[in-house]
Design a protein around this ligand. Structure first.
Ligand SMILES: [Zn+2]
Ligand SMILES: [Zn+2]
Length: 134
């Protein structure tokens, strides 16, 4: 497996960097092409006045043909791609997981398994991160 890091966060609907005591994680989710026309990438619908994406919209829309999908359904079809250094065993590798938060150590997180030691690593919602990240 060889993941390609996004060149710009515009390619992604999710991007985060995390540092643990003994490890780190960079994770992202690429926007996917419209399943209807295949010509453009789905994104949040644009506000007709400002032409900016409506971040809080609960649908994703194709800017080309207008095909739309409910947010949850669309997001659950996506994959989180991860480059990590395992905080438990120090292994550096790559992983993927569903773009769907699961329960992990009592909180909701995107969870993946270290391929070296088999421990679960969670990417929780950011709480005390520096500004401008995630
Ligand atoms: Zn389309
Ligand atoms: Zn490990």
């Amino acid at each position: 497996m060889s993941l390609r890091m996004p060149e710009s966060t515009n390619e992604c609907i999710y991007f985060t960097r995390r540092a643990f005591d003994n490890g780190r994680v960079i994770a992202w989710v690429y926007r996917k092409e419209c399943p209807q026309c295949g010509k453009a990438k789905m994104g949040k619908p644009l506000d007709p006045k400002t032409k900016k994406p409506k971040i809080r919209a609960d649908t994703y829309e194709c800017p080309d043909c207008g095909f739309s999908k409910p947010k949850q359904e669309y997001e659950e079809s996506l994959t989180v791609e991860i480059i990590y250094t395992c905080p438990y065993c120090g292994f550096s590798g790559e992983a993927t997981t569903e773009y769907k938060r699961k329960s992990w150590e009592g909180v909701k997180a995107y969870v993946f398994v270290c391929q070296a030691c088999g421990k679960k690593i969670g990417i929780t919602k950011k709480m005390k991160e520096k500004k401008g990240e995630g």
